[in-house]
Design a protein around this ligand. Structure first.
Ligand code: NAP
Length: 290
């Protein structure tokens, strides 16, 4: 049976460090890390995610504010709020919770966020830095969290074959680029990919983010591989499951993340890590975490 990668434990350890560093920063410079979330419409999942992000930011001693807008909000109103937050000296990290209502173009609004405060790493400048392998940007929190979980299993990544299933802007694409930066050999699959089971078997590390319950079966997985399941799917019964069929995967994988309790907690912890780094940069202090 495979080792279960405990995302909650890894996230708690990271958050302890963030809490201590946030206190040090405030003592030394008077700067309290500030995090703002923009949410448009009444998507219940978005509401829950922002609430979790906010409560955890507050637990770490950050200043947190949520700005909620009705679904019919005119573009200018949202633009004006982003500009205001960009200029605020109390706010160091800004996220725009996705999805946005259909009439609002996410790319337009994401590109208005000051790249120095774009802790979700979705501004074209930050996405471009990752593409070019440059440091000094922000990397989307889910891929960053996945890498931290992978590192609990692999101290040496160079040359390993990493398969990423799902190529979304938020998860799959930055994930593939981040693993390429670790000198892995990377493939990236999507809904048109042929022979996915055969491809999956080549992966020493398989990362899945597609939003399809229990889609990846155990016998697709290379024996001993590390499996990172990003998916969060609610079944009609109310049960939350991942994109990987956990029970069959467990008999093949060397290590695997559970859902819930795997990638989810690390996503939030990594977002809070990015926010703290943004505050350190604002204070012109070296950020001590990797
Ligand atoms: P998304 O934007 O809907 O993208 C899904 C990706 O999966 C697309 O690239 C799509 O391919 C691909 N795909 C769909 N069906 C496929 C199939 N049968 N075979 C291969 N590829 C397939 O989703 P997302 O935002 O990346 O999220 C994916 C999942 O992760 C969701 O369950 C979401 O809730 C979860 N998630 C979890 C966290 C966390 O913190 N744990 C964070 C973010 C997302 P095409 O491009 O060809 O359409």
């Amino acid at each position: 049976m495979s080792k279960i990668i405990d995302g909650r434990k890894v996230a708690e350890e990271l958050k302890k460090k963030l809490h201590a560093l946030a206190q040090d920063l405030e003592k030394k410079t008077g700067i309290k890390p500030g995090f703002a979330a923009l949410r448009v419409g009444d998507n219940p999942a978005s509401q829950l995610y922002v609430q979790l992000k906010g409560s955890q930011a507050s637990e770490l001693g950050y200043h947190f504010e949520e700005h909620v807008f009705p679904a019919w909000t005119p573009a200018e109103v949202l633009e004006a709020k982003i500009v205001e937050l960009n200029q605020s000296s109390h706010i160091h990290g800004i996220i725009l919770q996705l999805p946005l209502p259909e009439q609002l173009d996410k790319f337009h609004f994401l590109s208005l966020i000051d790249p120095a405060k774009d802790v979700d790493g979705l501004h074209p400048l930050n996405a471009g830095k990752l593409f070019q392998g440059l440091k000094g940007g922000f990397i989307a929190s889910t891929p960053l969290g996945c890498l931290a979980l992978i590192r609990t299993i692999h101290s040496y990544l160079e040359g390993l074959t990493v398969g990423v299933v799902g190529c979304s802007l938020l998860v799959g694409r930055p994930m593939a680029l981040l693993m390429l930066q670790q000198d892995c050999t990377v493939w990236l699959a999507h809904s048109k990919t042929l022979n996915l089971p055969l491809l999956c078997e080549t992966a020493d590390i398989l990362i899945v983010a597609i939003g399809s319950p229990r889609f990846i079966k155990g016998d697709w997985i290379q024996r001993g591989a590390t499996v990172i399941d990003v998916g969060i799917n609610r079944l009609p019964s109310g049960e939350i499951v991942g994109d990987v069929d956990f029970s069959s995967a467990q008999t093949r994988a060397g290590a695997i993340t559970p859902v819930p309790g795997g990638v989810g907690p690390m996503t939030i912890a990594s977002l809070l890590r990015n926010t703290l780094e943004a505050a350190f940069r604002y204070a012109d202090q070296p950020f001590p975490l990797e």
